[in-house]
Design a protein. Sequence first.
Length: 66
Amino acid sequence: MDLDRLDWRTSSFSGENGASCVEVAPTSTGVAVRDTKDRARPPHLHSAGAWRTFITAVRNGEFDRP
């Protein structure tokens, strides 16, 4: 997988320079996730189904702190 060819997106919550967040990019099999502070490290790869499950949990507040 050529990581430079992926369409990386940074969260709008990451601030002006995006240096303290993660980036995500769609792949042919799901989603790649990487740390904006260390783009040289390999990204975490997740299936489309696993990513949907994660996003649903986030939207449902499953990771919110009390």
